[in-house]
Design a protein around this ligand. Structure first.
Ligand code: 5RP
Length: 279
């Protein structure tokens, strides 16, 4: 692997722990103004100091993230479908490698739709993106998307999709946590991050998912709704960091969450240090 590509990955997957907390805010590219992400600028700003990567589209990057921000960007470069359209799987590449380089991003991301009517074009797009990425030292994150069929999130399907993504050259894979997740990890020779999926009823459930995923070999999370749809997004991302980077148990992470919620209620005279929770 080339130095530039390794360097970009090391900005997201922290060498001190070998893990990563990526924040996903790309939902609008097919879901429109998602609940609590209606105004991405105000959702993203307080969470920026706590994420090791920010996953989004070029439009939200340009308009809602200050260029001074010191955060690795994972640029979504696939799209072209919507929740009201015929088929969510009918995506194509929507953003060029030249644009990714111009935006100085740390990785490009696209969805693949194994088993769908659009399996073939999505996999060919992945391969082409990897060819281009290799030319420029740009890592490619393949997302094993399931469209509207959430029931596809089982180990057999996710292991199949993740392995195909790795075979075609993806440098990292984003998939879902599932029962038997170890089979997904064992069959995929590149690092895996997990999405959170729709918001759980409790913070504890989301922390459990993150905990179990890293315990079984994921390098971290690329999580969205379970962070920014939480009543306390900053406390939640701090708790996720504790699980991912500090190997906290779920009850320890819940303690981090509760302390951060309490701290946010008490007016403080000392300056807060956002990264003190974990590396
Ligand atoms: C949308 C995505 C999302 O980024 C991914 O699903 C992560 O967000 P969440 O944790 O809310 O599921 O890839 O296609």
């Amino acid at each position: 692997m080339d130095w530039g590509l390794k360097n970009r990955i090391a900005r997201m997957v922290k060498p001190s722990t070998g893990r990563s907390v990526m924040l996903a805010v790309d939902h609008g590219y097919f879901m429109g103004p998602t609940h609590r992400l209606e105004d991405p600028r105000s959702t993203i700003a307080p969470l920026l100091p706590y994420c090791d990567g920010l996953a989004l589209t070029r439009g939200i990057l340009r308009n809602c993230v200050p260029p001074e921000a010191d955060v690795p960007i994972i640029l979504r470069v696939s799209g072209g479908a919507s929740i009201v359209g015929k088929d969510l799987a009918n995506e194509d590449l929507t953003t060029s490698m030249q644009e990714a380089l111009r935006l100085n991003v740390s990785a490009v991301a696209l969805s693949i739709f194994v088993g769908s009517d659009y399996e073939h074009p999505s996999l060919v797009n992945l391969s082409r993106l990897v060819d281009e990425g290799e030319n420029y030292g740009m890592p490619v994150l393949a997302i094993t998307a399931v469209g509207k069929e959430l029931e596809k999130r089982d180990a057999r399907y996710l292991a199949l999709s993740s392995r195909i993504a790795a075979e075609l050259g993806a440098h990292m894979v984003k998939t879902y946590y599932c029962e038997g997740f170890h089979k997904v990890v064992e069959g995929c020779p590149v690092p895996i991050v997990v999405a959170g999926g729709p918001k759980f009823d409790t913070e504890k459930d989301a922390l459990q998912l993150a905990h179990d995923a890293v315990e079984l070999g994921a390098v971290g999370v690329d999580m969205g709704r379970n962070i920014w749809q939480s009543e306390h997004p900053v406390a939640m991302i701090q708790a996720i960091r504790a699980v991912v980077h500090d190997k906290a148990t779920v009850s320890e992470a819940m303690e981090v969450y509760r302390s951060a919620v309490s701290a946010s209620r008490v007016p403080s005279t000392s300056s807060s240090k956002p990264r003190s929770v974990s590396t």
